[in-house]
Write a protein that binds this ligand. Sequence first.
Ligand SMILES: Cc1ncc(COP(=O)(O)O)c(C=O)c1O
Length: 472
Amino acid sequence: MPGLPLDAPRTDALRRAADHIADAWTSFDHARDGQPLLDDALARVLAGGLPEQPTSVLTALDDAAQALDESLAPARPRYFAFVGSSGLEVGVLADALASAYDVNLATHAGVADLVERQALDWVGRFIGFPASGGAFTSGGMISNLTALTAAREMALPAIRDTGYAGRAAALYCSAEAHYSVRRAAEVLGIGAAFVRAVPIDGARRMIAAEAAAAIDRDVADGITPIAVVATAGTTLTGAVDPIAELADVCVPRRVWLHVDGAYGLPAAAAPTTRGLFAGLERADSVVVDAHKWLYLPKACGVVLVRERSALERAFVHDEAYMLHGEDELNAVDRTLEYSRPFRALKLWLAFRVHGAAAFRDAIADNVALARRLADAVRAQPELELVVPEPQLSTVPFRHVPPGIDDLDGHNLALVEALQHDSRVYVSSAEIDGLVCLRPCIVNYRTTAEDVDALIEVTLELGRELAGATRTS
Ligand SMILES: Cc1ncc(COP(=O)(O)O)c(C=O)c1O
């Protein structure tokens, strides 16, 4: 066998990898008591230099599996930090298949192009957005940049050739929009100083009238509005901006409306939360990360646009090594990335294997668990909700035991203690100057028992810490 042969029969290597994956799935079925630390033998492997000599594939696979077992996996049911993920099983299989063929979705890829197109169509139907085009991306950061590049070309036609030529432009988003909006402004030359952080209301949603006022002020000053970015599920609290009201602002002003639903948009498909996303169909572009609340393994971002031509105007190009006629564009004529893996396959397989209804149910279950968590916090005098009515599946709260002066320091120390203890894994956040725990539930494996454990372990460690603070 030429090239780079394995030192074991392929089927043995496959079986070993399959065994490790099956072990991981079994271990994810239930929470474990803590996070194993790096063991000495693996530490010695990790201290080694560039290997000149081969290691047996079975040994190396065992080491890889052990390294993963000792890493933090959001797929575990008690991982509540940031916006996690689940590593949906069929998605793992799809990734293995897609990698084996290593199809490149940059140019003509044959049937894979049709699969990607169908998967994009399914995502649009699932969330209720009438897309005519789009692409799979590496995630929300690149999806937002892609959509805002299209918006910029619509607002300032031919800017990709001419540059700004002295013109100023601006973006409008909630004061609590994800950092990727600011990064897009930096990368697109709009400048972070021209990202208008629009004030939010008591429910932490962008105030549409304030967005309108900011746009009108800029227009009067000769600054071109590029887009309003509505966040459909802010990273900090899960707030959903009022999309219909923002469409009422954007449409008459001919300003692009982009919806960053990287985290929250799948909840537009679930009956209990659908109403929060009213007006979505009026947006020009939307973003959803299938590797967040559609449970798939990373990386699986999706950007959808109402008018496919908007992406083409921003990205089409002719290269001597990639000729095409007007009517036979390559995917790279609609995307920011060049070489692109077959990310669509995992979403396509996931919808086929489970059916859309199972996804709606799983999302609704996550929201119900978040309600359960919020109720448990309300019922416990030592705990306090930082956002009184969580909208999606993020429930920021803090421990407020009596006799502690520095509650921010206490909660920061509590998150550190929880991470060190590692029975539950949660991250910290600061909301209106208050340091809190910020659990987010986007894992189909998380159960009511896991949510109850979050409260129990938080109270146990919080009380220990408070006791130590009071006596010191
Ligand atoms: C609202 C929002 N937008 C964008 C992103 C960036 O997504 P990614 O990490 O997939 O690039 C995130 C990540 O959490 C997010 O919550």
